[in-house]
Each structure stands twice: as structure tokens, then as C-alpha cells.
Design a protein around this ligand. Structure first.
Ligand code: SAM
Length: 280
């Protein structure tokens, strides 16, 4: 069957390179090139951007990104077995695909990318949340990336976009929405993947805002949010006791009822509390 880029269909690529999916590597591949092109389009206009892709595997999404016109793609893949398939794609798009055989947790992508950068990945589930938290907590804001378009287990995606008052509202929602906009742009059933995972998946699109919505010291905000949600069933005056001796007064000064629980508090109020705590 002909493909849009003239490269072999992904099933043939997988067979030719012996890329039998490994569970230990979080490998659930997307084999439908229409779908991977659609995910690439969800990231926005790629033509003037470099793209970081974590975990290209046999390269379905990589081909989507290049086909949609990405200026350059840096594809970071831990599995040595995928290098042959990725080299074939690099040869099809001379100078536009840079493949790195490495653990995405160990590299500094900025050394190889020019801004503006968009991150687009069907992430390995075992490191997805860790990578997201790293991308959302850089040393400075705005970060090097302008958007993140990422596939997660649906349950994680729902935590990213959750609103106050929901059981799913927590640290991930606050980190994702304080300095960015976050929305779910696509839902995928298990059958979209080979092999199918046990759970449904969602693509989340996060755009970095030029500045935080509300002022707060990121370190203080992270500390109080971690303490508050660590004991999310407790009232804030109890869960935040370790933050400062007069936490009740500080909660009140921030306009928060000391008897409220972490999940009831808006991002604006969390930031107000971070400013009260930072007063020293
Ligand atoms: N992008 C491909 C697709 O959509 O079909 C594969 C996605 S699969 C869910 C995750 C990929 O991440 C696999 O290719 C796996 O080998 C790779 N991977 C797992 N852990 C990794 C790590 N620490 N660093 C880089 N890649 C990793």
C-alpha cells in the first residue's frame, strides 16, 4: 500500500527491523499514518519550529511531524533496535531528522534545538509524568518550548486539565495551568495502538504563557502545593502545619478558609498563599 511519504507502511517497518514491542520500554506503537499526521497537526504550525520527540520507536509520529513540515525533528529513542528504521526516515528527509539513541531523562535537548521549539510525543507511560513535570518547572519562565503536545493515559490527562473542586485537581493541574493553557485535544481507544494498552489514552496540548497568570515564587508554590495535596483529605490548617507556625493567619490573609481542603483552592488562591508564605 502506498504511503504519503513513499516509505514502507509501519507494519512492514516493524517486521523488517524486528521491532517486537517491549513492555519494559513502554512500547505501544501507533501504526496508522493518518492518525500520526493528525496528532502532528494538533501541535499547530510546525513549519517554522524545531520539534523534540521523545520515543519515536518505529517512527510513525516522526513521519507525521516531518510530513507536516517541521523545520527539524530531534528524536530521542532509548531502544537501539529502532535506529535502523529511524535512519531510513532521516534519509528520506535530508538534514531534517536528528536521531539520538539516549534516555530522554539524561539529555539536554537545548544543545541541539533552535527556538521556537514544540515538543510532540507519544510518551512511554513509565516516564511521562516525570518528563512533564520537568518541562513545566524549568529554571526560568518562559521555558525553551512554546508548546507540548503529548499522549498520556486518559487518567493522567484528566489530572492535567482538572479544575478546582474535582477529585482529580492537584499538583499536575496547578503546574500545568499556572503558567500555561492545557486542554485535551484527542481521545484514543486502546485499539489505536499495537499492542493495545489496558487503558484509554488522550492527547493533551499545553501552550506556555509568556508570564504566569498570578505572581508566585515557583519554589514556594511547589512546596505548599506538595504539602497540601500530600494529605489532600485533611484541612489546610493541618496539612500545611509544617510550612509555618502561623499558617492559619497566612491562609486567612490569602483569603483562604483554614478549614478548606487542598482540592477546593483555586490556582489564584494557591499563588496568593505562596506570596503570604514567602513574606517570611
Ligand atoms: N512514537 C512511537 C509511536 O507513536 O508509535 C512509539 C511510542 S511508545 C508509547 C514509547 C517509545 O518511547 C518507545 O519507542 C520506547 O522505546 C521509547 N522509550 C521508552 N523509554 C524511553 C526513554 N527513557 N527515553 C527515550 N525513549 C524511551
Amino acid at each position: 500500500m502506498a504511503t504519503f511519504d513513499g516509505l514502507p507502511p509501519l507494519r512492514e517497518v516493524i517486521d523488517a527491523h524486528g521491532l517486537v514491542a517491549k513492555k519494559s520500554m513502554g512500547q505501544n506503537f501507533l501504526l496508522d499514518l493518518n492518525l500520526t499526521s493528525k496528532i502532528a497537526r494538533m501541535a499547530g504550525d510546525l513549519t517554522a519550529c524545531d520539534v523534540l520527540e521523545v520515543g519515536p520507536g518505529p517512527g510513525g509520529l516522526t513521519r507525521g511531524l516531518l510530513g507536516e513540515g517541521a523545520r527539524k525533528v530531534l528524536a530521542v529513542e532509548k531502544d537501539l533496535r529502532a535506529m535502523g528504521a529511524l535512519a531510513d526516515i532521516a534519509a528520506r528527509y535530508p538534514g531534517r531528522l536528528d536521531v539520538l539513541n539516549a534516555d530522554a531523562l539524561d539529555i539536554d535537548p537545548l544543545e541541539r534545538l533552535e527556538k521556537p521549539v514544540r515538543v510532540v510525543s507519544n510518551l512511554p507511560y513509565n516516564i511521562g509524568t516525570e518528563l512533564l513535570v520537568r518541562w513545566l518547572t524549568p529554571p526560568e519562565w518562559p521555558p525553551y518550548w512554546s508548546s507540548l503536545t503529548l499522549m498520556f493515559q486518559r487518567e493522567v490527562a484528566e489530572r492535567i486539565v482538572a479544575q478546582p473542586g474535582s477529585k482529580k485537581f492537584g499538583r499536575l493541574a496547578i503546574l500545568s495551568q499556572w503558567r500555561s493553557t492545557a486542554r485535551i485535544v484527542m481521545e484514543l481507544p486502546p485499539e489505536a495502538f499495537t499492542p493495545p494498552p489496558k487503558v484509554h489514552s488522550s492527547v493533551v496540548h499545553i501552550e506556555a504563557l509568556p508570564a504566569p497568570r498570578f505572581e508566585a515564587d515557583p519554589k514556594v508554590l511547589e512546596r505548599i502545593v506538595a504539602a497540601g495535596f500530600n494529605q489532600r483529605r485533611k484541612m489546610l490548617r493541618a496539612s500545611l502545619k509544617g510550612i509555618s507556625a502561623d499558617i492559619e493567619d497566612r491562609l486567612t490573609a490569602a483569603g483562604i478558609k483554614p478549614t478548606d481542603r487542598a482540592e477546593q483552592i483555586s490556582i489564584e488562591a494557591w499563588c496568593a498563599l505562596a506570596r503570604e508564605v514567602a513574606r517570611g
